[in-house]
Design a binder for this molecule. Structure first.
Ligand code: 3NM
Length: 209
């Protein structure tokens, strides 16, 4: 069944390195039961076989929940598991090359300053990730923190939806939605929380805006 049409909200990212030592599949289940509107797999370590196995497990869960599933970095993996989208970093495939492989699937690009956001949009990104909005210790070697004012500037200029990312908490999510973000993404504040579902719920815009 196709995913439900969604217009924004909590963009969950599950990274097995940030699940508080728990199974990422169980954490993903909790994230979905907390109403995440999108679920992205991020997995920077481990073997390809482990990555594929986890991607399939999350693909099944998201299909049952009718939530779009996005794979980070890897076009081959996105195609293999029939993901709804691919999220690209600045050093990954270009949007044009990813488009050749993925056709109409959603392509997101991580950007870290207004110029990168403009370039990604011109290149045909369907969605722009922008951050880190606040300090984060989840990402190794994060780019400089951009802050809410620059997030608002990027949201005003963009004609595609913007995902705010980096150091977001439920309280800060409210500010990010107010700054114009369509989506708010978080890793540690949700997947490392004691009550994952409750934390996911607290990121929803109807709670937060
Ligand atoms: N990308 P947390 S910041 C994966 O700036 C990622 O593009 C970022 O984790 C960017 O919610 C980030 O735990 C880490 O801060 C987000």
């Amino acid at each position: 069944m196709d995913p439900k049409p969604v217009e924004g909200g909590f963009y969950a990212i599950v990274d097995p390195a940030h699940c508080g030592g728990r199974s990422p599949v169980e954490v993903a289940q909790q994230v979905l039961s907390g109403g995440a509107a999108v679920l992205q797999l991020r997995m920077k370590t481990g073997s390809d076989r482990e990555r594929v196995a986890l991607a399939w497990a999350l693909r099944e869960l998201t299909r049952t929940a009718r939530v779009p599933f996005v794979v980070n970095d890897r076009a081959d993996l996105a195609l293999l598991v029939d993901a709804d989208g691919l999220h690209l970093g600045q050093d990954d495939l270009s949007v044009a090359d990813a488009r050749r492989l993925l056709g109409a699937r959603q392509l997101g690009v991580s950007t870290h300053d207004p110029e990168q956001a403009r370039v990604a949009e011109r290149a045909g990104a369907d969605l722009i990730g922008f951050g880190p909005v606040f300090d984060t210790s989840t990402k190794e070697r994060p780019d400089p923190t951009v802050g809410l004012a620059t997030l608002a500037e990027v949201c005003r200029a963009a004609r595609v939806p913007v995902v705010a990312i980096g150091g977001l908490t439920p309280e800060r999510a409210r500010e990010a939605y107010r700054a114009g973000a369509t989506w708010v993404a978080a890793i540690s504040a949700v997947t490392a929380a004691d009550d994952v579902a409750a934390s996911a719920r607290a990121f929803a815009p109807e709670v937060g805006s």
